[in-house]
Write a protein that binds this ligand. Structure first.
Ligand SMILES: NC(=O)c1ccc[n+]([C@@H]2O[C@H](COP(=O)([O-])OP(=O)(O)OC[C@H]3O[C@@H](n4cnc5c(N)ncnc54)[C@H](O)[C@@H]3O)[C@@H](O)[C@H]2O)c1
Length: 425
């Protein structure tokens, strides 16, 4: 039996575990298809409709989920259907706010891809709509559901590296696809692509297949490496540390290599002050001359914790309690006296020696998928009405922080941010 989506003003009711949930996809490109394939693996989920602006994606959706799904260019046809409980939104960023709020206003729960916002005003609209309609909204930074991040969070909270003072995070790429040079299909035209609908509120320009299929390269639709990649890093840092965001940000950036008509940088570095007492640096380099990599180093008073690849590793050193002694600048007689005095007070074999407590590594299981756990967390919330791991407030704080990098780069200035109230200062 399928489930009826609650009307807008109905109180949200839990859905029994043996009822199935009917979902639809809005924006059936790379990530939307990926998310929906994952959702279809969650027991009790059925994909019943897809909306997209390119015929090729609609046709492929039927190949994936059957000829009987509703496939349409107009997502309002999906929102009008009472038998659809939830939607996955995989559109480019400039549609996230409109599609999410339209869906919640139509009574649907929403899984919306990251970054939650394209411009700052999107944040409050999404948060307020979620509150007003009592809908579940999960933002799609899947790593926050990862067992690896959960382990890192637990280790940090247990004091494994002492007091956190610095985080370094990076997301580097070194390939054409990594730099968003996505392949334009051979039949791309105004016949196969609904260009006016795709543009939405973006500036009206004649059909441009590169803009349609490689939209991350222009800020009218995306928000550069900050919105695309930094947001994953901020989601991770906020999840692991429990912090809501920085109070100040500054960034520098440049277009160094991919001078292909894009209006966003391919190299960006940012620095952020967190009121919890740590500083953060992030970077993305699309011309890194090496392998593609993504990771974090959390530095604390008693060691470091690294997230990268398939796990978390921990290197711990005991913090020196003694002050250290500098004695070899002086006469030998004084040196001897100083060392003896020091040893008497701090009886150790070497005055500056530290002992490595050892390295520990926590590795995720071979077939582990954080995308599955993140989608499962959403589907469970749709059933139980319990909160998701990454709600609209979390999503705004992560994306709002990421976009500070663009604001700072464009202004050439340090930017203030109120992380509690999610406001530019
Ligand atoms: N969580 C992740 O790891 C991850 C990875 C990749 C992309 N993403 C996010 O997913 C989103 C989509 O990225 P992508 O790479 O899949 O882009 P894409 O271009 O491959 O797909 C976007 C699709 O949305 C469709 N679309 C545009 N406007 C629409 C509208 N009004 N109604 C219906 N369909 C519409 C387009 O026709 C296109 O097929 C982005 O926000 C991106 O940041 C997240």
């Amino acid at each position: 039996m399928h489930l009826l989506a609650a009307a807008q003003d109905e109180p949200a009711k839990p859905i029994a575990a043996n009822d199935h949930i009917q979902i639809a996809l809005i924006g059936a490109g790379g990530q939307g298809q990926g998310d929906t394939k994952v959702a279809a693996q969650v027991p009790g989920v059925k994909v019943v409709a897809v909306a997209d602006c390119y015929n090729g994606c609609l046709d492929h959706s039927k190949e994936l989920w059957g000829n009987d799904i509703l496939a349409t260019r107009d997502y309002n046809e999906i929102l009008a259907r009472k038998d659809i409980d939830a939607v996955i939104i995989g559109t480019p960023d400039h549609w996230h706010m409109q599609a999410s709020t339209d869906a919640m206003n139509a009574g649907k729960d929403v899984y919306c891809e990251k970054p939650m916002i394209h411009v700052y005003s999107d944040g409050r609209k999404i948060i307020e709509t979620a509150r007003k309609t009592n809908r579940i909204i999960q933002i799609g930074s899947q790593r926050v559901s990862s067992v690896i991040y959960q382990k890192a969070k637990e280790l940090l909270a247990a004091g494994a590296i002492g007091k956190l003072n610095m985080v370094t995070a990076w997301y580097d790429r070194n390939s054409a696809l990594g730099a968003w040079e996505y392949t334009v299909p051979p039949d791309a035209s105004t016949e196969t692509c609904d260009w006016p609908r795709w543009l939405g509120t973006a500036p009206k320009i004649p059909f441009n297949a590169e803009h349609f299929f490689q939209w991350r390269k222009w800020k009218a639709y995306g928000s550069g490496v900050a919105g695309d990649l930094f947001v994953h890093l901020f989601s991770g840092v906020h999840f692991v540390t429990g912090s809501h965001g920085p109070s100040r940000a500054m960034a520098t950036a440049a277009l160094r290599f991919w001078k292909d008509g894009r209006d966003v940088p391919d190299v960006m570095l940012g620095l952020y002050d967190y009121p919890q007492g740590f500083n953060l640096s992030v970077r993305t380099n699309f011309v890194n001359g090496g392998s593609e990599s993504e990771g974090f180093v959390f530095t604390g008073s008693e060691g470091t914790m690294t997230i990268g690849g398939d796990g978390v590793s921990l290197t711990r050193v005991p913090r020196e309690k003694e002050p250290g002694v500098r004695y070899n600048l002086f006469s030998e007689a004084i040196q001897k006296r100083m060392l003896e005095d020091y040893r008497e007070k701090y009886p150790r074999t070497h005055p500056t020696g530290v002992t490595l407590l050892g390295e520990e590594k926590y590795v995720a299981p071979d077939d582990y998928s954080d995308s599955y756990d993140h989608m499962k967390n959403f589907i469970d919330a749709v059933r139980t009405r319990r909160p998701v791991v990454e709600d609209a407030v979390f999503g705004f704080r992560a994306a709002g922080t990421a976009l500070l990098s663009n604001v700072s780069y464009e202004r050439g200035a340090v930017v203030g941010w109120d992380p509690e109230n999610m406001k530019l200062l």
